[in-house]
Write a protein that binds this ligand. Structure first.
Ligand SMILES: N[C@@H](CCC(=O)N[C@@H](CS(=O)(=O)O)C(=O)NCC(=O)O)C(=O)O
Length: 215
């Protein structure tokens, strides 16, 4: 049964798509148009009660929350494709640590910028300037910590590419290319080199080629 991934155009689903490419898992992408509210239709809400993408259907097994999904596939296909979880329990601990850092420190700041800098104008409303300024400051602090870490190891969890790095691709792409704040990455030598390394992976290039962002 082929895995179905809903909402491929958007950021969080792209976190899942790049993981499935790395794990060499075949999937089918199902378009959902958020601007038309297709994610708020009863049939979709039955599967994803929060009305967000991604949603994954793998036979009778249904999963949402992109970070839960990538952990599931990294584990389920541990011996296939790229190892994304590390080889020891200590390495796995660091992968989980930096996955949480991305979810609770990096993502909220970049998500606020995407909403207020990119999406608000599309909806014909002004972005929240205070939220934008707060996000800028938060991102600077977060990326300073990344710079320190990446001055010691090539990737966030160590000297191996992992889910922790992969988890940054979808919204890091917005940060570097679409928010006018790519300088926050480029001004930090090790973060910049890390971004160039992880974003040049064939898996990520394939996601960008096949599944365009909405803006
Ligand atoms: N924590 C969730 C967040 C999912 C999420 O915010 N999805 C957005 C799309 S995107 O921001 O990831 O591009 C969404 O469906 N938004 C629809 C809505 O909020 O109405 C995850 O990681 O899966």
């Amino acid at each position: 049964m082929v895995v179905k991934v809903y909402g491929p155009a958007y950021g969080s689903p792209k976190r899942v798509l790049v993981c499935l490419f790395e794990k060499e898992v075949e999937f089918e992408a199902v378009d959902i148009d958020l601007f038309k509210g297709e994610h708020k239709q009863p049939d979709f809400l039955k599967l994803q009660p929060f009305g967000e993408v991604p949603l994954v259907q793998d036979g009778d097994y249904t999963l949402y929350e992109s970070r839960a999904i990538i952990r599931y596939y990294a584990e389920k296909y541990k011996n296939q494709g790229t190892d994304l979880l590390g080889k020891t329990v200590e390495e796995r601990g660091l992968v989980e640590q930096w996955l949480e850092v991305e979810a609770h420190n990096f993502h909220p700041a970049i998500y606020s910028l995407v909403i207020n800098v990119l999406f608000a104008p599309l909806r014909g409303v002004p972005g929240d300037q205070k939220a934008i300024e707060e996000s800028d400051e938060k991102l600077k602090k977060v990326l300073d910590i990344y710079e320190e870490r990446l001055s010691k190891t090539k990737y966030l969890a160590g000297d191996f590419f992992s889910l922790a790095d992969l988890g940054h691709l979808a919204f890091g792409h917005y940060l570097v290319n679409q928010t006018g704040r790519g300088n926050l990455v480029r001004e930090r030598k090790h973060v910049s080199a890390w971004w160039d390394d992880i974003s040049s992976r064939p898996s990520w290039k394939k996601v960008l080629e096949l599944y365009k962002y909405p803006v």
